[in-house]
Design a protein around this ligand. Structure first.
Ligand SMILES: [Zn+2]
Length: 273
């Protein structure tokens, strides 16, 4: 069994001109896959680095350009996503655990695979190296990869925000902190499907939450409402206190469990939000 420590760079929507629209099926499009392969002893036994040709967001978002120093105008051969994934899958081998820094990259990888119809990748074995680092250091806030590299006194020879060098750094962090006795491998795909199902259930309950007066605590009748995908807003008026109330309900992950969090405030019309 090998560990595949990977990192991705993405391009995403930017409104370059009036009428430009994001594609709701793909929020982040992969433009680079970088990875290192580690054996059971965490020795590096392989490298992978491919640039992907974007087809949904072809022009580079200025924020991505600034962060990554990627220049699309340079003539560098880029592979179509499906071709790149075929190579990645073949390079990974069958007995592999996917590992990355945080959840964004595995979420993005699954989103791209599902959008482009690549079904050969299985997400049932995953290690979140950022999470292990947080437990290792007793941290409550998610640290950047660079801060972990600094914290562990790993030599910085490559630039950050390049998929390959970030994957290599993540591999270095992993090697320094991984304790083989702990059960860090999770069935990410299963957990993710369960979370998504729970969110769907909660979405239907958002509009059923009660609106209460923050002054006297009594339940107030709603006189206006509107919804966003994971948020719900309502307005009411407390006749006891003679106060307009604004109510917000949102789905949030509170210590690992998804739930609805409500907030009722006195609504002043001059508030800009
Ligand atoms: Zn009241």
């Amino acid at each position: 069994m090998n560990y595949i420590v990977f990192d991705l760079e993405f391009n995403m929507f930017f409104r370059f001109k009036e009428g430009d629209q994001a594609n709701p099926g793909l929020k982040n499009e992969i433009i680079q896959i970088g990875a290192v392969k580690l054996n059971q002893q965490l020795e590096q036994i392989g490298e992978f680095n491919l640039l992907i040709k974007p087809v949904v967001y072809k022009r580079l978002n200025p924020y991505v350009k600034k962060k990554t120093n990627i220049d699309m105008s340079r003539i560098i051969p880029r592979r179509p996503f499906l071709q790149a994934m075929e190579s990645f899958k073949a390079w990974m081998g069958n007995e592999a655990v996917l590992c990355s820094w945080g959840q964004d990259d595995i979420l993005g990888l699954r989103e791209n695979c599902s959008y482009f119809g690549f079904n050969a990748l299985i997400f049932d074995r995953f290690i979140n190296i950022q999470k292990i680092y947080m437990e290792f250091g007793g941290l409550s806030k998610q640290p950047s990869l660079e801060s972990a590299v600094d914290g562990l006194e790993i030599e910085k020879s490559l630039p950050f925000h390049d998929a390959f060098s970030d994957a290599a750094y993540t591999g270095d962090v992993f090697r320094k902190i991984y304790d083989f006795s702990q059960d860090a491998i999770i069935n990410w795909g299963k957990v993710q499907r369960e979370n998504e199902q729970r969110i769907e259930e909660l979405k239907h309950l958002l509009a059923k939450t009660n609106i209460c007066c923050p002054e006297c605590g009594s339940q107030v009748i709603k006189n206006g409402e509107f919804s966003k995908p994971k948020k719900y807003f309502a307005f009411g008026f407390c006749s006891h206190c003679n106060l307009p109330i604004r109510h917000t309900a949102r789905i949030a992950n509170k210590s690992g469990e998804f739930e609805i969090i409500c907030n009722n405030v006195i609504y002043k019309k001059d508030q800009s939000d």
